[in-house]
Design a protein around this ligand. Structure first.
Ligand SMILES: Nc1nc(=O)c2c([nH]1)NC[C@@H]1CN(c3ccc(C(=O)N[C@@H](CCC(=O)O)C(=O)O)cc3)C=[N+]21
Length: 395
């Protein structure tokens, strides 16, 4: 190592040591992770900010949710702050409360359309789509989500199959169950409900799902194709699609907007941030090691929270007029409710509703649309299987 490189390495080490072990969201982490592990700070490379780019549509066929396919063409030399955008909703009276984005009715419309397509499929090929759900263990929240999924299938005429396995079964038993569904031609989508019991290797079980039936979109090839803008994944994770659907249907501009995604899970945070980049948003991702989450979030035009922490996002985290999408579904003990608990989001709704220009409630926001997107992915998979798809993704 040369002198300069060695000096740089020492400086980096020193900087690393100076960093606190974890940021304010560290309570999200298991104890072991909090104690020592931490990641390199992400360079705040907001390259696109303030620069103009030529907008040219190359291909009109890319589907709406995957975002418009526009090349990154940089003006040279870059002009700083070329497009100062006014604060979104400027001039609006913020004493008035936010528009409540009605996920239930969006989901209903999507289900109506899916039901019609399922009928057409049955007429054309004599088959309906099939969804298999694998539920391991007896978590109450997982049991309710699985119930919603099966009810959704019934409403649109999709066949559903449920494999319920005990929490103490072996990984092999789960993989066998997945393999049987892989081979069943009446099954077009397979979903293994997460989280799995701690002793199980999630990656092994999820990679047993065949790519063509991965309606959750968690297969590495689907995630990779989502990340590569020139490619199209077979399936995009349902919650990410739900967030984009709600933003697009609410007429919210994404191109060039600063969006903060709180959480980086494969179920929500990661795919949502990738999808947003395909829509040309400038994306900040906040997680348990982020040192200044409140500051970053307060600069955002749009905040999407999927941290799984009740009341994490307070009013002080939001810029006036921001759009808030709350993906959190946190079970809170409530003896007065039917199942002994109720759901609450990540966002302190009472505070946020006074500042935001639009906000999704919990329940009745992202959740129902997520289920509708699962049904949509299952329908798409069946269309591919029966040769009814008009547009084939790249593999
Ligand atoms: N392999 C896998 N795929 C998933 O997509 C997946 C998962 N595992 N594990 C858990 C999370 C969570 N999730 C929800 C979906 C719908 C509602 C939903 O419909 N919520 C209603 C609930 C209404 C109520 O209970 O009061 C609402 O928000 O209105 C909630 C949560 C999917 N997930």
């Amino acid at each position: 190592m040369g002198g300069a490189a060695a000096a740089a390495a020492v400086a980096l080490l020193a900087a690393t040591r100076r960093r606190p072990a974890a940021g304010p969201l560290a309570f999200l982490l298991p104890r072991a992770a909090r104690a020592g592990l931490h990641e390199a700070a992400a360079p705040a490379a907001e390259e696109e900010k303030g620069r103009t780019r030529r907008r040219r549509r190359r291909r009109s066929s890319s589907s709406r949710l995957l975002g418009p396919d526009i090349p990154d063409t940089w003006d040279s030399p870059p002009r700083a702050a070329a497009r100062p955008s006014p604060p979104s909703g400027a001039g609006v009276d913020y004493d008035s409360t936010a528009t409540i984005i009605d996920g239930k009715s969006v989901a209903e419309d999507i289900r109506f359309q899916i039901a019609e397509e399922v009928r057409q499929m049955k007429n054309a090929v004599g088959h309906v789509p099939g969804l298999a759900v694998v539920l391991v263990g007896d978590r109450r929240d997982s049991e309710s989500y699985v119930r919603y999924k099966i009810k959704g299938c019934e409403e649109v005429g999709i066949k559903s199959l449920l494999a319920e396995l005990p929490g103490n079964c072996t990984e092999d038993v789960v993989v066998d169950s997945v393999s049987r569904f892989n081979e069943d031609p009446s099954v077009h989508g397979i979903l293994v409900q997460l989280p799995l019991p701690q002793h199980m290797d999630e990656e092994r079980i999820l990679s047993a799902i065949s790519l063509e039936k991965d309606v959750d979109g968690f297969h590495p090839l689907n995630v990779g194709n989502l990340a590569l803008r020139s490619r199209k994944p077979l399936f995009v994770p349902c919650a990410a699609k739900a967030c984009l659907e709600l933003l697009l249907q609410s007429g919210i501009e994404l191109m060039g907007k600063h969006v903060t995604v709180i959480g980086r899970s494969k179920v929500v945070g990661l795919p949502t941030s990738l999808l947003l980049q395909r829509h040309h948003a400038t994306v900040s991702i906040i997680h348990a090691f982020t040192t200044n989450p409140e500051e970053i979030t307060r600069q955002s035009d749009i905040v999407i929270s999927a941290a799984g922490v009740a009341n994490l996002v307070r009013g002080s985290w939001l810029k006036k007029g921001a759009v808030v999408i709350d993906v959190g579904t946190n079970p809170i003990e409530d003896p007065t409710s039917d199942y002994g608990y109720r759901l609450t989001g990540d966002v302190c709704f009472e505070e946020a509703v006074k500042l935001a220009s639009a906000i999704t409630p919990v329940p009745g926001g992202v959740g129902p649309v997520t289920i509708a997107m699962l049904l949509a992915n299952t329908l798409d998979s069946a269309k591919l299987a029966y040769g009814l798809a008009t547009e084939s993704p790249e593999l």
